[in-house]
Ligand binder design. Sequence first.
Ligand code: HEC
Length: 233
Amino acid sequence: MSTWGLVKTVFFAGITAVFFFVIWIHNPFAPHEEYELPHEAGKIIGDPKAAVEGRELFKQNCTSCHSLRYDGLYLMSVAAKPEWAQIEKTQGKPILVEKDGKLEVKGYFVPRDVYEAVAITDLEGLKASFGKIPPDLSTIYLSRGAGYLYNFIMDPQKVLPGTSMPKLFFPEYDKEAPEKVAKIVAYLRSVNDPSPGEKAKRALMGVVTIAYFLAMGALLWIYRKRIVSHMSH
Ligand code: HEC
C-alpha cells in the first residue's frame, strides 16, 4: 500500500472509532443525570431482587395516592371496592410472573378508561386534597430516571419546590429509609426495563446490523476497482 493509502486508511478507521466512542461510551447528546445518587442506592436500584421488595413497599406507601397500572397496582381505595375483583377478571388482562418454574397471576392490566370510570370519585377526592391527581407511575422511570426519583422520593420539596407530594421517608427516625426508597426506585425501574429475553434480542439485532455494515464495507473495499470501472462505462 502506498503511504497515501495508509494515511487514508488510518484516517477513516480513526473517524469510525471516534464515531462509535461518541455513540456508545461518551455521548454528549444523551441527557445527563443532574441528581446525585449515593453509591449504595445505585447498587440497590440495579438489583432485580430489591425490585420485588420494592413492589411491596410501593403497595404500602404509595397506592393511597398513586396507581401503577402497567403492573396491576391500583389505588388502595379502588382495589378495596367490592366490585373491583370482578372488573379485573372480566375487563383486565392477567399479568403473569414466573415463580418456581410456574406461571402465576400477579395482577391484572385494566384499560385506562375502565379504571378511571370506576375510580372517578377517588381521583376527584385526591384532586380536591392535593390540587391535582397524583400521576399514574407506570412510565415515570423512563421520563425521570433513577437520580431524580431517588432524590424526589427522599425529599419532594427539595427537587420540586411547591409540590403537594408529601415527604414520606425520614432518615432521622428510620435508618432504613434510604434503602427503602432505593428499593422503590428499583421497582419503578423494573416495570420499565425490558425482560432479559427482550434485551438479548435487541443486543443481537445491534450486532447483526453492525456486522452487516462491516461486511458491506469490506465487499465495497475489495471490489472497488471493478465498481469504479463499471461506473465509467
Ligand atoms: C398523600 C398522597 C401521596 C402519596 C402517599 C405519594 N404521593 Fe407521589 N405524588 C403525590 C402528588 C399530589 C403528586 C403530584 C405532585 C406535583 O406534580 O406537584 C405526586 C407526584 C409524584 C411523582 C411525580 C413527580 C414528578 O416529577 O412529576 C412521583 C415520582 C411520585 N409522586 C412518587 C411517589 C412514590 C414512589 C410514593 C410512595 C413512596 C408516593 N409518590 C406517595 C401524592 C402522593
